[in-house]
Design a protein around this ligand. Structure first.
Ligand code: PAN
Ligand code: ZN
Length: 199
């Protein structure tokens, strides 16, 4: 049955066990092998990948026209895990249309949203169940799961015409990284990050 995108729509989010929406149009799966070059400790990445191509995160999204005025929305689920000391995370991106915001609502788990602007400003927000995070226009964003065993589950909504720019982040990562130190999450400087004028 195809969705009539001109009609209002609903879906339910079951909180029992692993969270899966009752209805979705797209299911994106990102495994370790899709994250080549994203983690700091490349040797640890290769060792982990050779053992098993683990699931890092998944996105369930509703189909909406990709135009201004629409809201693309769905669930993002980052699974627990680490590559060396660095927690599992999403690739992260800028919106192609920089002046588009996004809203996240954390349904389950614990984590951080690492954010930065093209001008070098940065911020890291803590996410836990019932946290609402507003990502303003111009801020790149990456979710990081800092929990030992639980999924980090967020609901998101962003403008239909926003688009995703992964390339700027892929080259050097974000200005900050989230790693485990003495059993706790720590935000550290990314040694691979270069200021805009040095790129
Ligand atoms: C989210 C993200 C989702 C997956 O829907 O797309 O969390 O992260 P990556 O897109 O960085 O792989 C969003 O921010 N959309 O704009
Ligand atoms: Zn986004």
């Amino acid at each position: 049955m195809s969705t009539d995108t001109k009609r209002p729509s609903t879906f339910e989010i079951s909180q029992a066990g692993s969270i899966v929406p009752s209805r979705f149009d797209y299911h994106v799966i990102r495994r370790l092998s899709d994250m080549e070059g994203q983690f700091l400790e490349q040797d640890a990445y290769r060792v982990l990948l050779s053992a098993e191509d683990r699931l890092v995160y998944e996105v369930y999204e509703m189909q909406r026209p990709k135009v201004a005025g629409e809201l693309l929305h769905g669930l993002s689920i980052v699974h627990p895990g680490k590559v060396g000391n660095e927690y599992f995370m999403t690739k992260g991106h800028y919106h192609v249309v920089l002046d588009t915001a996004e809203i996240y609502y954390c349904l389950q788990g614990e984590g951080h949203m690492v954010m930065e602007t093209p001008d070098g400003d940065w911020e890291v927000a803590t996410l836990r169940r019932d946290t609402v995070l507003y990502v303003p226009p111009r801020w790149a964003h990456r979710s990081v799961n800092t929990h030992r065993s639980e999924d980090l589950v967020t609901f998101f909504a962003y403008p239909g015409h926003a688009g995703h720019d992964y390339v700027s982040i892929e080259k050097q990562g974000f200005r900050k990284r989230v790693v485990e130190q003495e059993g706790n999450p720590q935000v550290i400087d990314n040694p691979r990050w270069l200021p805009p004028e040095a790129r």
